[in-house]
Design a protein around this ligand. Structure first.
Ligand SMILES: Nc1ncnc2c1ncn2[C@@H]1O[C@H](COP(=O)(O)OP(=O)(O)OP(=O)(O)O)[C@@H](O)[C@H]1O
Ligand SMILES: [Mg+2]
Length: 372
């Protein structure tokens, strides 16, 4: 069993609180991504788990074992870093075998593990080569191989793809997902790239300033961000945010924004009616704003006039920078749109998918569980 448990873990570097009261349970075989902006404490959390930094307070367990005072090499983990520095004078085989020889693993066993890892990664043809004879992607795979041969209970990966170009990153992303399925081992993966986290992880931990903001499946974070930070961080292009005041009657509710007005559908009116008279922050995802001419059947949406500012065709869809009233919105619409810059157009907002936040606490209001 290799579940991992952080129990109120804090790490200070002098006055800097890098990780702040971090509590997290990672089930065995899970693929957890720690995601957040630069300096949010992701690498530090991983290094605490690896034993490369010491914990200021709190406990970390792997399985049932308290590991606070256990040396890194006795923690049954393997770590892959962004800068994976292979030994240039050693062959791929020897790079992968090196850690095992240090541990006095028998030669036959080393040979077997290196071959097996190389086959999994599709680099068995490259074993005699030196690192300088490899492409960036191949080197990255050798670095992964070096971790795989250790057969650890937990894999720790810190931005392992950030040295690769965009295309290779997408490819290697899929390979790491396959690797996780094949090895059936717990993975903890650090990235500042929310798309990487969304595509690979079974669960995502969003961090900011050393603190956990939200833990959930990719879909939970996307559909029901718990606060404004997560709402803005998860999703690309980002959620549109605007301010407005709730006007409520006995059975309806609407939003008065400074330069436009939205009538809320029944389900949302029920959720937000109690907030009549309050100024809130609302969020709507770009794909929940449609070109009215291409509104799919079955979606109940409020139609509005918008002025088109910029049109960005992406082939499969088109991004529109719109002004509704004086508020800017980004919409992801059907590629067949005939929107042209400077023109007026009719858009439709799917308000049943609207998010609402308290502007002071920045917490989501009237959160409902994700149903799909
Ligand atoms: N050895 C150290 N000494 C002092 N401060 C440190 C040390 N390591 C990290 N920090 C500080 O702790 C905070 C968290 O750093 P950390 O490296 O965990 O961030 P990160 O989320 O991994 O960021 P990035 O995406 O840039 O890698 C930062 O403010 C950083 O400056
Ligand atoms: Mg980092």
């Amino acid at each position: 069993m290799a579940n991992v448990r952080f129990d109120h873990v804090t790490k200070r570097f002098g006055k800097v609180v890098a990780v702040d009261d971090f509590t997290l349970e990672i089930p065995d075989r899970d693929f957890v991504a720690l995601v957040g902006p630069s300096g949010s404490g992701k690498s530090t959390a991983l290094r605490l788990l690896a034993g490369l930094d010491t914990i200021t307070s709190g406990d970390i367990y792997i399985g049932d074992r308290l590991i606070n005072r256990i040396a890194p090499r006795d923690r049954d983990i393997a770590m892959v870093f962004q800068s994976y520095a292979l030994y240039p004078h050693m062959s791929v085989h020897d790079n992968m075998a090196f850690g095992l020889s240090l541990r006095h693993v028998p030669r036959d066993e080393i040979r077997r593990r290196v071959l097996e890892a190389a086959q999994i990664l599709g680099i068995d043809q490259l074993l005699p080569r030196k690192p300088r004879e490899l492409s960036g992607g191949q080197r990255q795979r050798v670095a992964l191989g070096r971790a795989i041969v250790r057969e650890p209970a937990v894999f720790l990966l810190d931005e392992p793809l950030s040295n690769l170009d965009a295309k290779l990153r997408v490819q290697t992303r899929a390979e790491i997902s396959k690797l996780h399925q094949r090895l059936g081992t717990t993975f903890v993966y650090v990235t500042h790239d929310q798309i990487e986290a969304m595509t690979m992880a079974t669960r995502i931990v969003v961090m900011n300033e050393g603190r956990i903001q939200q833990v959930g499946t990719p879909q939970e974070l996307y559909e029901r961000p718990t606060n404004l930070f997560v709402a803005g961080f998860i999703g690309s292009p980002a959620m549109n945010l605007f301010e407005g005041e709730i006007a409520a009657t006995a059975d309806t509710a609407s939003i008065n924004a400074s330069t436009f007005h939205l009538e809320l559908p029944l389900d949302q009116a029920r959720r937000l009616r109690d907030h009549g008279g309050e100024k809130l922050v609302f969020g709507i995802r770009p794909e929940d704003i449609y070109d009215l001419a291409f509104l799919p059947p079955g979606i109940e949406a409020q139609s509005m006039q918008a002025r088109v500012d910029v049109v960005e065709p992406l082939g499969n869809e088109t991004l529109l920078y719109l002004l509704i009233g004086e508020q800017q919105f980004l919409a992801r619409v059907d590629a067949r749109t005939r929107a042209t810059p400077g023109a007026q157009m009719n858009v439709a907002l799917n308000l049943s998918r609207l998010n609402a936040f308290d502007p002071q606490s920045e917490q989501a209001i009237a959160l409902e569980p994700v149903t799909t």
